[in-house]
Write a protein that binds this ligand. Structure first.
Ligand SMILES: Cc1ncc(COP(=O)(O)O)c(C=O)c1O
Length: 358
């Protein structure tokens, strides 16, 4: 079996893989709603959230479904959103706004750089047009491995009474998210990245207050309706029952392993091991460690080695790495250390790199 170093789906533990083999289950039976309730409770527990203020809304679909559901609902009909972009996933948020005809503007920065917070503040304060109500950003921009500064953006939003919407698809469960920040209205994420579940289940953690004013732009992805029905132990459609089995098992395992702090420590150690090992081989990281997530790092392709050559050689050794997106495929590759991976696995990965370059 190959180890997955792509940013999800991740290499599963045996325990989570076995959970997929539980009894066939009708999604209109109480056993399913027990599963749904447990998933929702445990998702709130990842960041210790109070269910009087927050709700976890489950969605059948990949991470994009959760981000789309959040964007389509949380910006009210008369709202206006500023998207802060420095990669593929930030761009997608603007594309969703265009699709749903949500009034929006973009601050699109260089993909290799942190968002320019002064430019964000200036755009928010610029005179003319309907005032902004919301700002959206990707927490961990998986395009480059950069962790964007939510604290800085939160401060900008708080001082202007704006709400912040976060794509936390590749950070939820491993990186710090300050739910105490009063500007934070919602975070969208998925089961099959830092939580170690399987693709098919995603979710939005949203302030109940923000949901109260939600727009009903989407049909299948209508966050307000999904939330309402799930609160009543219901569901509008057929959920990915098996993905929910895996999510609940993964969340139980997550809690038993020490929760978010432990997962952060584990990823940080693996990411640093890989970074230092590759540096020894002359392969540099694209973003400085202190600006990177612990989840994924991007590296420059070794001189004269194409991504395809590197990928195929490592795959033959049992490791699946990940290409850069778009034009970046020519210059960089990515390694994620999410999933059921160990320091010994990373030693073997580094040995495979050394053989390839030696
Ligand atoms: C930050 C971020 N947002 C959104 C997505 C889209 O998730 P999915 O491919 O599960 O739809 C990804 C996928 O890697 C991501 O990293």
């Amino acid at each position: 079996m190959k180890l997955l170093l792509n940013p999800g789906p991740v290499t599963l533990t045996d325990r989570v893989r076995r959970s997929l083999l539980q009894p066939d289950l009708c999604h209109r039976e109480p056993e399913f709603f027990d599963l749904q309730d447990e998933a929702r409770e445990r998702l709130l527990a990842v960041y210790g959230l109070d269910r009087a203020d927050w709700t976890a809304v489950l969605i059948t679909g990949s991470g994009t479904a959760a981000v789309e559901s959040m964007i389509a609902a949380v910006v009210p009909p008369a709202g206006r959103l500023l998207t802060v972009e420095n990669g593929v996933y930030g761009e997608r948020i603007a594309q969703m706004c265009a699709q749903y005809r949500i009034a929006h503007e973009r601050v699109a920065g260089d993909w290799m750089l942190a968002p320019d917070l002064d430019a964000v503040a200036a755009r928010l304060d610029a005179a003319g047009g309907t005032p902004f109500t919301h700002v959206a950003v990707v927490h961990h921009e998986t395009t480059t491995g950069r962790l964007n500064d939510l604290q800085g953006l939160g401060a900008i939003c708080r001082s202007r009474g704006l709400q912040l919407l976060v794509d936390g698809v590749s950070s939820f469960g491993a990186e710090n998210l300050d739910f105490g920040d009063s500007s934070l209205a919602a975070v969208a994420a998925t089961a099959n990245k830092c939580l170690h579940g399987v693709p098919g289940a995603s979710f939005v953690i949203v302030r109940r207050e923000a949901l109260a004013q939600a727009a009903g732009r989407a049909y299948y992805l209508d966050l307000g309706r999904l939330s309402r029905l799930q609160d009543q132990r219901g569901t509008p459609f057929t959920p990915a029952v098996h993905a929910y089995y895996a999510l609940v098992e993964a969340l139980r395992e997550f809690a038993e392993q020490g929760g978010r702090a432990a997962r952060h420590r584990r990823y940080a150690a693996l990411a640093e091991q890989v970074r230092a090992g590759l540096e020894n081989l002359g392969i540099g990281a694209v973003i400085a460690p202190e600006q990177s997530s612990v989840v994924l790092r991007a590296y420059r392709l070794p001189h004269g080695v194409s991504y395809e050559t590197l990928h195929d050689a490592l795959k033959a050794d049992g490791f699946v790495i990940y290409a850069g997106q778009g034009d970046l495929a020519k210059t960089l590759f990515r390694i994620s250390t999410m999933g059921n991976l160990t320091a010994e696995d990373m030693d073997r990965l580094l040995a495979a790199f050394a053989r390839l370059l030696g």
